[in-house]
Design a protein around this ligand. Structure first.
Ligand code: ATP
Length: 214
């Protein structure tokens, strides 16, 4: 199975890297693909350029085996709809199941994604916990029809997920890290604080980008 981890990565931090690697190990993924988006459909233009986000991702992930940075959304024109990305991945990896890894915050907003129900034709969903967002809010977070659609797909463990090619949802717990890209962008002046939230070389590179802009 191939794990897909999409995001803006503006910038990448340990809250992306550690949970994604922990899912790779727990689900014995053959490969993990980080997919930075070009134009996130649900938010403002990223703060860093696509090239800067990509450079930081390469730095953060180099050395991890079977981890790939996939540039297909950066190469595609228009908004980065996940359903289009999955369709193109499925064409490339037609014989292998895909699982889309998303944080609980993103999962709670999934019913607003473009053609969101079609995601399940292409992949499983692995939802990871994130500080501030917990599974007890799932029922409240969706209207009744959407909740029913999702509830039928919830599976209890990895074996149940693996038994199907696509369409299942697994809630998987990972070490909790209270870090977000927003916290980094909001605390740039506090060097000691944000240096802890990403690998050293990534932090130094990010500092370089900020200094070049001054
Ligand atoms: P921003 O603060 O700019 O919204 P972010 O830190 O949430 O950014 P994204 O690039 O938007 O990062 O997120 C990509 C994916 O990583 C999403 O599925 C998100 O839920 C997940 N994610 C980000 N940070 C964490 C974290 N600390 N723990 C678990 N999942 C996370």
């Amino acid at each position: 199975m191939i794990g897909i981890f999409g995001g803006t990565f503006d910038p990448v931090h340990y809250g992306h890297i550690k949970p994604a690697l922990s899912i790779k190990a727990a689900l014995h993924l053959r490969q993990l693909r980080f997919i930075p988006n070009r134009l996130p459909p649900h938010r403002a233009e990223p703060w860093l350029s696509a090239d800067q986000r990509l450079q930081l991702l390469h730095m953060a992930l180099s050395g991890y085996p079977d981890v790939v940075i996939d540039e297909r959304e950066l190469e595609r024109q228009g908004p980065s709809y996940m359903v289009d990305t999955l369709a193109s991945l499925k064409q490339e990896f037609s014989d292998e199941p895909l699982c889309l890894i998303i944080g609980m915050d993103a999962f709670l907003g999934i019913a607003s994604w473009y053609r969101w129900r079609s995601l399940f034709d292409y992949c499983h969903l692995v939802v990871i916990n994130r500080p501030g967002f917990d599974a007890s809010s799932i029922e409240r977070g969706f209207d009744a029809a959407d909740y029913d659609f999702l509830k039928q797909r919830l599976c209890s463990d990895t074996d149940a997920l693996m038994a199907q090619d696509s369409g299942q949802i697994l809630l998987q717990s990972v070490p909790q890290l209270e870090i977000s890209s927003t916290m980094i962008r909001d605390n740039l002046a506090d060097e000691e604080l944000i240096a802890q939230w990403m690998p050293d070389q990534v932090y130094r590179k990010l500092r370089g980008f900020i200094n070049d802009d001054r």
